[in-house]
Design a binder for this molecule. Structure first.
Ligand code: ADP
Ligand code: ZN
Length: 524
């Protein structure tokens, strides 16, 4: 279909399709359901905008999107390009909404953006059947899945549109979907034998690095002072940290502003605008910042705190280098942050939610502490194999981490798990194992008689945080596993049992720890 390329050129001003855009558009126009997984910036919108324009039936394409804030932008851009498009959401006055509805009744538009919660209102259902709807596009389709990072229950209702408009092909688009989320999307949106398109998630121009967090403000300044002209984002876990970091940087003469939900609307959009215009170089933000913001020249993204999951991390780092030029992604990691999150997760009352959060944190920790290629880890998370040996653009590939013979430590830990299991017939958590190893005097240890097993107190040469790092590494290496549930317990895997018996050498990676001397010097 050469006319697709013509329309891309004349209406949108682009020379060629991005990967998979053409295939997605062609399948969709052929009447098939489509599932499309394209990375952020991959050009998902084009996949439904262009067909809306060229479809011979001149019907209406309904775009369901949770991003109300972006509808106006998209519609403005489309209108400027001569595409008759509109949106309906809670930000419109009643008069404005009425006039748009009238336009829809007259068949004046080719594209309609709408928030999912509107779709199931009664008059909407009538409207939809009367509007000659030719296509449905569900943007941010991962919101339908509890396994995604952004579950929105109202997305579950979208499937009812299938009964209402049985002939209309559905296109589901997302930038984040693991295998599990992908299945959820296909099932919950009731896609019929969909054409599935999955683009590579690799962002070859991004460099990934993890540093142990130690005086984060100073670390950030060390990082940015060598990049005087560049724009970047510092992601923080809380509003307070975002605020404080922006102040600290501004106080040292850097052009930095905060962005978080605690600011007034005016202040927030002023800060965002200023960043987009390059008047402000650095934005210190919570994850509220960035959804759908298209600033091509973000050169770096720093994570001040450990993200809650890999998906979020990938999205947030993905905001760097959208122009294809190099971008740097730095994660400041501390095991303390992980402990804080664990504590928070333990308090969750919904069991399913708790298990999801725990599994996600485990994957995030794995990423942060792994000695392997960051790219392999990130892409592996999305089910994509990265097979090139040494990506050349992550800290672990550029500067392989040091390993050491950890056989004795590993043996101590594994046998302690084994002995506890033998003594008690029930599993216990990693903290308890570490307390037994370090010979702690706790009520539980006395009650269960764990001070009488042979591994009690055999690990006093290491601190508890050091043992915790060994534990996480053994988990990563597959010698141990952790159960789900309110109180996760630690168990040996078959590999763990084997290695315990064979006493073969176990190489462990040196944890990311800032040398003591350096710390002392800095405090003076
Ligand atoms: P996504 O939703 O996948 O993150 P967008 O739809 O916002 O991405 O598109 C990102 C940017 O890429 C937009 O500015 C869009 O206009 C642009 N774009 C889309 N398709 C193409 C193309 N074929 N060639 C060049 N730019 C494109
Ligand atoms: Zn690498």
């Amino acid at each position: 279909m050469p006319e697709l390329l013509d329309t891309l050129r004349t209406t949108f001003g682009y020379d060629h399709f991005r990967p998979l855009q053409r295939e997605i558009i062609e399948s969709h126009l052929a009447g098939r359901d489509v599932f499309a997984l394209l990375p952020t910036g991959g050009g998902k919108s084009m996949c439904f905008q262009l067909p809306a324009l060229v479809r011979p039936d001149r019907g209406l394409t309904v775009v369901v999107s949770p991003l109300i804030a972006l509808m106006k932008d998209q519609v403005d851009q489309l209108s400027a390009a001569g595409v008759p498009a509109t949106y309906l959401n809670s930000t419109l006055s009643a008069t404005e909404a009425r006039s748009r509805l009238a336009g829809l009744h007259r068949g004046q538009f080719r594209l309609l953006y709408v928030a999912p919660e509107r779709l199931m209102l009664d008059n909407w259902q009538q409207n939809l059947t009367g509007w000659k709807v030719a296509a449905l596009a569900i943007d941010e389709a991962h919101c339908v899945s509890e396994w995604g990072h952004d579950f929105r229950p109202e997305f579950r209702q979208i499937a009812q549109l299938r009964d209402l408009l049985p002939e209309v092909p559905v296109m589901a688009l997302t930038a984040t979907a693991t295998e599990r989320v992908r299945d959820d999307i296909i099932n919950h949106l009731r896609l019929r034998d969909p054409a599935v398109y999955v683009a590579s998630f690799n962002r070859p121009n991004l460099n990934y690095k993890v540093l142990p967090k130690d005086g984060p403000t100073r670390q950030i300044i060390d990082f940015i002072k060598t990049r005087p002209e560049e724009s970047g984002i510092v992601y923080c876990a809380t509003r307070a940290t975002a605020e404080r970091t922006a102040e600290a940087l501004a106080g040292r003469g850097y052009s930095a502003r905060p962005y978080h939900a605690g600011l007034s609307n005016d202040e927030r959009s002023a800060n965002q605008e200023s960043f987009l215009r390059d008047d402000t170089r650095i934005i210190c933000a919570t994850i509220a910042f960035g959804m759908g913001i298209n600033k091509p020249n973000v050169r770096w993204v720093i994570h001040y705190d450990l993200p809650k999951n890999i998906e979020g991390y990938y999205q947030e780092t993905g905001r760097a280098g959208r122009d294809g030029l190099p971008g740097d992604c730095l994660l400041l990691f501390s095991a303390g942050d992980a402990a804080k999150q664990t504590h928070f997760i333990d308090e969750m009352t919904d069991e399913h939610e708790r298990n999801v959060a725990r599994a996600q944190l485990r994957q995030m920790l794995h990423y942060a502490e792994s000695a392997g290629c960051r790219r392999v880890d990130l892409l592996g998370y999305f089910g994509e194999a990265f097979t090139i040996d040494g990506c050349g653009a992550c800290d672990n590939c550029l500067e392989p981490r040091e390993t050491y013979d950890g056989t004795i430590l590993a043996q101590k830990f594994l046998s302690c798990v084994y002995r506890i299991r033998q003594a008690s017939q029930f599993g216990c958590g990693a903290n308890h194992v570490i307390e037994v190893l370090t010979g702690a005097d706790t009520e539980k240890i006395r009650r269960w008689g764990h001070d009488r097993i042979t591994t009690y107190g055999i690990g006093t040469e290491r601190s508890r945080p050091q043992w915790a790092a060994v534990f996480r590494e053994l988990l990563r290496l597959g010698y141990l596993m952790q159960t789900d549930g309110k109180f996760p317990t630690v168990e040996l895997t078959q590999e763990g049992v084997d290695v315990l018996r064979s006493r073969e050498t176990i190489m462990l990676t040196k944890p990311l720890i800032v040398p003591k001397a350096q710390k002392v010097r800095r405090r003076r």
